[in-house]
Design a protein around this ligand. Structure first.
Ligand code: XIL
Length: 467
């Protein structure tokens, strides 16, 4: 619950690995570039790398589940939290799909970016036909019900989606605007704020990545909402076309940050006229690298969510005929060039770790089959989030890590490993999906602890043993 929210937002205090004296090597450092998963690199960077997930794939496809769990630290429901999915008829709420996605995220230590309350699409016709007064009541009830249900479990919400049109920055002529007037936006944010005061509230739109008339209008709306304390962030969907990452993107995001807002790349995909050849896939990788680097280098950019896992999962071919191949994975789950460039961009955003005050130690056994490290990702007064890394020194079919807390620290929840985790001595083994590692590969696990108020988050020595 709350633990998920506290898991990240880390500004890494310094992730550095010190080889033990027993190995006789001096200081060895492991940076994000040594990470082999997007999730590991993003965890080190203290940002979200998210993916939009389909309920049916998550339910029916083990390989999909495994990649979603190992490669991403944040989830968005591609469709399952939209109004037509959650309240198909008046007052009839259906949360099976949304619950399953939030449960999955919680089981895997992932944050959830919620999408979306108020949109002109995927909203049932019973809503669209209401009078202004009745529509307002339906909106308030809907936001209250959904936000309350996921309070403490969904970290942030796209409260309104696509409220500005594509024509010269005019407000979108939607049924919301026609029935309720422009005040519908404020009503939505006021309701969401009251329903879950701890969730970050976003306004989300497409074609606002550049400094243009549409993003100017979003800027004006954002200023008004910030003045009322109702807005926390702006979501830049970033449904982009190959070769067309706007040159003004960085400066444009910065101007929203300068309003005191967070920014987030919420629905990234980069489409190619089909069929895509290898040089286009290489250029796509460069485009991805540029977008992710912009977020990695901007402290108030909370993260990047890609809008689907495999190219075949993408909405693009259905909506933009003749275009496709917009994501990071092929349909057989192999990694596209863009995957590698995103991994490198997440690494590039790390700051050089400090040379003093090391926070991590490794297993002391020379020649051991695996080595494990812990690092503090995000401490707070009475707890902290840790990331663990296991590195295989031989081919592994499983691993076990163990350590003892020096004081009263105890694990309160954990992800990507399992076992006897809650006592003074922790013994945890791989999850079903991250036990098989080839020599040189790494994988990650993580957990939250509780600790005495104000105490430093200690970093015990970890021993790693092959299963
Ligand atoms: C899309 C989904 O990807 C599709 O599966 C669905 O059929 C239509 O919606 N902007 C948004 C997203 O905010 O909700 C949209 O998602 C893509 C465009």
């Amino acid at each position: 619950m709350l633990l998920t929210r506290k898991r990240r937002r880390a500004v890494i205090a310094g992730v550095v690995t010190v080889a033990t004296a027993a190995l006789g090597i001096g200081l060895s450092t492991q940076f994000a570039s040594a990470q082999t998963t997007l999730r590991g690199a993003a965890d080190e960077l203290g940002k979200d790398i998210g993916v939009a997930v389909s309920y049916s794939q998550l339910m029916n496809n083990a390989q999909y589940r495994n990649i979603v769990a190992t490669e991403f630290n944040s989830l968005t429901a591609e469709n399952a939290m939209k109004w037509d999915a959650t309240e198909p008829s008046d007052g009839n709420y259906t949360f099976t799909q949304a619950d399953a996605i939030v449960d999955f995220a919680e089981d895997n230590g992932q944050t959830v970016h919620g999408h979306t309350f108020v949109w002109h699409q995927q909203t049932p016709s019973w809503v669209q036909g209401l009078s202004g007064t009745a529509m307002r009541a339906a909106m308030v009830d809907h936001i209250n019900t959904v936000a309350n249900r996921y309070e403490g479990r969904v970290d942030s919400w796209d409260v309104v989606n696509e409220v500005v049109s594509d024509s010269n920055g005019a407000m979108r002529d939607s049924f919301w605007l026609r029935a309720m007037g422009e005040g519908y936006i404020t009503t939505a944010f006021q309701t969401a704020r009251a329903a879950d005061p701890n969730a970050d509230l976003y306004i989300n739109d497409y074609s606002i990545e550049a400094d243009n008339a549409k993003s100017d209008r979003i800027y004006t709306i954002a200023q008004g909402l910030v003045g009322q304390g109702l807005l926390d962030g702006v979501g830049f969907q970033s449904h982009l076309i190959l070769g067309q990452v706007p040159s003004t993107m960085e400066a444009n995001l910065q101007r929203f940050v300068d309003l005191g807002l967070k920014v987030r790349i919420t629905e990234l995909d980069i489409r190619i006229a089909m069929p895509a050849d290898s040089s286009e896939l290489a250029r796509q990788a460069q485009d991805y690298e540029r977008v992710v680097s912009i977020c990695a280098e901007l402290a108030d950019c909370t993260g990047v969510t890609v809008w689907g896992l495999r190219d075949g999962d993408s909405w693009v071919p259905g909506v933009f005929p003749g275009e496709g191949a917009p994501l990071l994975f092929n349909d057989d789950y192999s990694k596209k060039p863009a995957y590698n460039s995103v991994l490198s961009a997440l690494g590039d955003g790390t700051t050089e770790p400090p040379t003093s005050d090391p926070v991590t130690t490794t297993s002391p056994t020379p020649g051991a089959g695996c080595t494990a490290t812990l690092s503090v990702q995000s401490p707070w007064n009475t707890g902290a989030t840790y990331a663990g890394t296991v590195k295989a020194n031989q081919n592994l079919s499983g691993w076990t890590v163990t350590w003892t807390w020096p004081g009263s620290e105890r694990i309160s929840n954990a992800w990507s490993f399992q076992g006897n985790l809650s006592g003074a001595t922790v013994t945890g083994s791989n999850a079903p999906y991250n036990g098989t590692l080839a020599t040189g590969q790494t994988t990650t696990f993580g957990f939250n602890i509780t600790k005495p108020d104000g105490a430093t988050a200690s970093v015990p020595t970890v021993t790693c043993t092959p299963a």
